[in-house]
Design a binder for this molecule. Sequence first.
Ligand code: MF3
Ligand code: CO
Ligand code: CO
Length: 256
Amino acid sequence: MRVTIKSAEEQQRMRVAGRLAAEVLDMIEAHVRPGISTGELDRICHDYITEQQKAVPAPLNYRGFPRSICTSPNHVVCHGIPGKRRLKNGDMLNIDITVIKDGFHGDTSRIFHVGQPRIKAQRLARITFEAMWAGIREIAPGKQLGDVGHAIQTLAESQGLSVVREYCGHGIGRGFHEPPNVLHYGEPGTGMTLREGMAMTVEPMLNEGRAETRLLPDGWTVVTRDKKLSAQWEHTVLVTAGGYEVLTLGAGPLEP
Ligand code: MF3
Ligand code: CO
Ligand code: CO
């Protein structure tokens, strides 16, 4: 499959899908409290997406994924499966939402702190957020994917954090994961050149310790090998004539 260029009408549908995905995160924030289980968070999001938004939760049955959202606490890097685990004070949790509306995908994730955050978790989450934005700010027609990855890697490594290599951002549109791969590391002036009308996610996963990951036997949950903390944020971004437009802003934290 080739990289797709979205028409003006398709871009409008991407805006709607992106807004809905962000609104799910806005809605679930109040529920992220000590004592709730990740399975309960999944149920609340599933019902909101299907009943209020009349949209489709893209993860459900995607390549066999069994739930409607991904919940990745603490040392889980990504693709955590919601279940019986109950949140406790000091946990850090990434919630990743992807919805399909009118044929198009919107994909976004945020970090939430449960109760009182630990200092190290707060710092990791903040720097990962800044790294995501450093990548997004590189996006413009004529810029290259290596520019995006390099900005993220440089910021992360300057703060002593490591960049996960095995998972990356992606083109997005009618497909959940379209080409190109959007690596969160790289060299400036390398990789695919961006064009107006492309849409992609920027979703760096940064680790407090080493970059290496391990896949749990459930076939989905990715954890850090050294069991240290990992954080992730994600936006869906459109390449515009003037640079970029973030489609999944919602009521989340503003650009730093
Ligand atoms: N939302 C994830 C991403 O950012 C993908 C999750 S795939 C799933 O690309 F199957 F685990 F849901
Ligand atoms: Co994504
Ligand atoms: Co996602």
